[in-house]
Design a protein around this ligand. Structure first.
Ligand SMILES: C[S@@+](CC[C@H](N)C(=O)[O-])C[C@H]1O[C@@H](n2cnc3c(N)ncnc32)[C@H](O)[C@@H]1O
Length: 673
């Protein structure tokens, strides 16, 4: 038993009074920060309270329907402010750096989303995010406004002992919900720009912020683009939950996924329905189509089969010598022969339905069936004793492979927004991908099925900017191996250190980003060892990019503000520790060239030259560039070419570059840095 602690201070009467008011008027409460302790405390929304106590409209701040919190305007400013940062390629941590089209970004996702603005603008088909849920024990990134906007709203720069900008967001924080909203709002605003017109975003969330996130997504994506909120069954009432449930608690079984489209173009894509297996037998399927064209009752056919018939008798399912189809579920539960009988006669068992209008003119003998060809489609038709024409729908049309945890071929129903059975995946999730990650690892099947329904077209890019253990990358690779669509992934993960006591730390991962990378490696290897769709390009690699300060001294990056020539005029402004490849990636980002394109490095005239996707961009950052090299590169007719401004062997060579390209390759855009 733990002892209650003495408070050692007099009661806070105002808080007690406010608590009494809260019981009467819960809608009049708001949150505030205590000036002395800095902790979160309850506060009264006096305007709202005056309104509650008044029989006329109380004058006050203008009413509007919207989600407000302190910091919202800061968040907008944050989303729009420029940063002096870039992506630096990390070859060593990458897998198939030159050939892959997948990207793993190590750094704060706010920076990453800003840097992706041009190169990925409107290119992402699907975003999946699983942000910290704000459960009271989460760490959230403390965005430092002074980082981006000089002199603006300098927030206290709370860093922990390791210098990390992650701070624990406990409920005691006076801006508990507000800080979380500020964090997620700026990121969602930026993410939306990246979505293709027919793109979709899925956001996982739990009770704590589900309502806020939904309202925020409504605001960022537009209410009209809300598709649904999926309830995912993540646990059952078992173990310790049973005790709580027995005591009357409504225990938690579900989490949510809010689904928003970018716009109406998303509806034009064919979505693949997901199927849940069902065990009960649909008794509408009560007819038997004999091979010789006679129509019989399935119940009689079952009874007539020697093995099934004896099971019917043995299990007491016979009533006055007859078997009723209403007892078929009982029979199937006990009789292997009955199950086998059904499974091997799917084309013979049918339900009787109305025929299509176009078939109306056809006739069969009463009690017999026949195959007709109507408007290039085949229909089984029969005529009932009362003379009406009917169609027969074989049970085989209703049998599909289900999308369950253990997929099976059988009767299915199309899944709606209740996604049951993921608690089974959760039982095994710790092992998925072969890495230990205790901070909300999601089942691969969940993300894979979101992807399957969204039906990303061939080559579609999937973005997850709260990557965690990298489940989204794993899901992309598995889905590709199954359906042969060559989706690509972009993942962003902060180089946050795992909790010292966690298995991840014990297994030696210095950062969560290292763990994500390792998982992708392991998942890719395992998938390649299994069955792979022949149309899949087998790209299991990833290009590791690290968010870092700009390669240039004192240069701000913001695509819409910085005139290229400003950047390019920054002669000798390159930091000494930056490599040619670092420069190449900053050029790709600045120029808005796709950073997933393959890069080839060649030595031409003794100099290192990068060829991005053949001739999308050609770059040489060496010094001593001669006219011969310039001419050689021009002869390859690249779309873009870039040199180091002070990289030419002489001034005349530099002066001549544009002219050489005008003559040899007039379509080339020529720049220097
Ligand atoms: C709930 S976990 C995601 C789990 C993931 N879906 C999985 O299956 O493993 C959220 C992740 O977002 C990361 N994160 C939080 N703030 C971030 C930020 N500002 N930039 C990048 N990553 C961040 C955390 O480090 C954590 O790994």
């Amino acid at each position: 038993m733990t002892m209650d602690k003495l408070k050692m201070h007099s009661p806070d009467m105002s808080q007690e009074n406010i608590a009494k008011l809260r019981d009467l008027f819960p809608g009049c409460m708001t949150e505030a920060r205590d000036d002395v302790t800095g902790r979160r405390r309850l506060a009264v929304d006096f305007d709202q309270l005056r309104q509650e106590l008044s029989d006329h409209i109380v004058e006050g701040p203008q009413e509007r329907y919207r989600l407000e919190w302190p910091g919202k305007r800061e968040a907008l400013l944050l989303a729009n402010s420029p940063i002096a940062k870039t992506f630096r390629p990390v070859r060593k941590g990458s897998l198939d750096f030159d050939g892959t089209h997948n990207i793993l970004i190590n750094g704060d996702n706010l920076d990453a989303l800003k840097l992706l603005q041009e190169t990925m603008l409107g290119k992402i088909k699907m975003i999946y995010i699983d942000p910290p849920y704000n459960t009271g024990s989460d760490f959230i990134y403390n965005d430092d406004f002074s980082d981006s906007v000089d002199g603006y709203l300098i927030k206290s720069n709370q860093r922990d002992e390791d210098g990390s900008k992650l701070t624990a967001n406990t409920e005691a924080n006076g801006r508990f919900h507000s800080d979380w909203l500020t964090m997620i709002y700026a990121r969602l605003k930026l993410a939306r720009n990246l979505l293709a017109d027919d793109g979709v975003i899925f956001a996982s969330i739990s009770d704590e912020e589900s309502a806020n996130l939904k309202r925020l997504l409504d605001e960022v994506f537009g209410e009209e683009n809300f598709i649904d909120t999926i309830a995912v069954e993540m646990s059952t009432t078992s173990g310790p939950k049973t005790v709580n449930a027995q005591q009357g608690t409504i225990v938690k079984n579900v989490e949510f996924v809010h689904v928003f489209r970018k716009g109406s173009a998303f509806d034009k894509i064919r979505h693949v329905p997901l199927l849940d297996g069902i065990t009960s037998f649909d008794t509408h399927y009560s007819a038997w189509m004999d091979e010789d064209g006679a129509l019989e009752a399935l119940s009689e056919k079952l009874l007539g089969d020697s093995e099934v018939g004896s099971d019917i008798e043995r299990y007491g399912l016979l009533n006055r010598g007859k078997f009723s189809i209403n007892n078929i579920d009982k029979l199937l539960a006990v009789s292997d022969s009955a199950r086998l009988f059904i499974d091997s006669n799917l084309d013979r068992i049918a339900r009787i339905d109305r025929p299509p209008v176009s078939a109306a003119g056809n006739r069969t003998e009463v009690g017999r069936w026949k195959l007709f060809n109507v408007d290039h489609r085949s229909y089984y038709l029969t005529t009932l004793a009362n003379g009406t024409l009917q169609a027969l729908m074989p049970l085989s049309l209703n049998y599909r492979m289900s999308d369950d945890y253990k997929p099976r071929f059988g009767r299915t129903v199309i899944r709606g927004d209740l996604w049951k059975g993921f608690h089974q995946d959760m039982g095994n999730v710790a092992k998925e991908g072969g890495v230990a990650f205790a901070n909300g690892k999601k089942p691969v099947r969940l993300i894979k099925q979101l992807m399957k329904w969204a039906n990303n077209t061939n080559g579609g890019i999937v973005l997850d900017f709260f990557a965690g253990s990298g489940t989204t990358a794993h899901a992309v690779l598995e889905a590709n191996a199954e359906d042969g669509l060559n989706r690509k992934f972009i993942l962003v993960q902060l180089d946050e250190r795992p909790d010292k006591k966690s298995d991840a730390a014990k297994e030696g991962y210095e950062t969560i980003a290292d763990l994500s990378a390792e998982r992708i490696r392991r998942a890719g290897k395992a998938i390649l060892e299994g069955d792979c769709h022949r149309d899949w390009d087998r790209d299991v690699g990833f290009r590791l990019l690290k968010v870092d300060t700009s390669n240039m001294q004192d240069v701000y990056y913001r695509a819409d503000q910085v005139v290229q020539s400003d950047l390019l005029a920054a002669v000798d402004n390159i930091k000494s520790d930056r490599s040619a490849e670092d420069l190449l990636f900053q050029v790709l980002v600045d120029w808005g060239v796709d950073i997933t394109l393959p890069v080839q490095r060649e030595t031409v005239e003794g100099k290192t030259v990068f060829f991005v996707d053949g001739n999308a961009l050609v770059a040489c950052f060496d010094t001593g560039v001669t006219e011969k090299l310039v001419r050689e590169l021009a002869s390859r007719e690249p779309l873009r070419v870039v040199f180091r401004d002070n990289g030419f062997i002489s001034d005349p060579v530099k002066i001549n570059v544009e002219q050489v390209f005008r003559q040899v390759s007039p379509g080339t855009d020529v720049k220097s840095i």
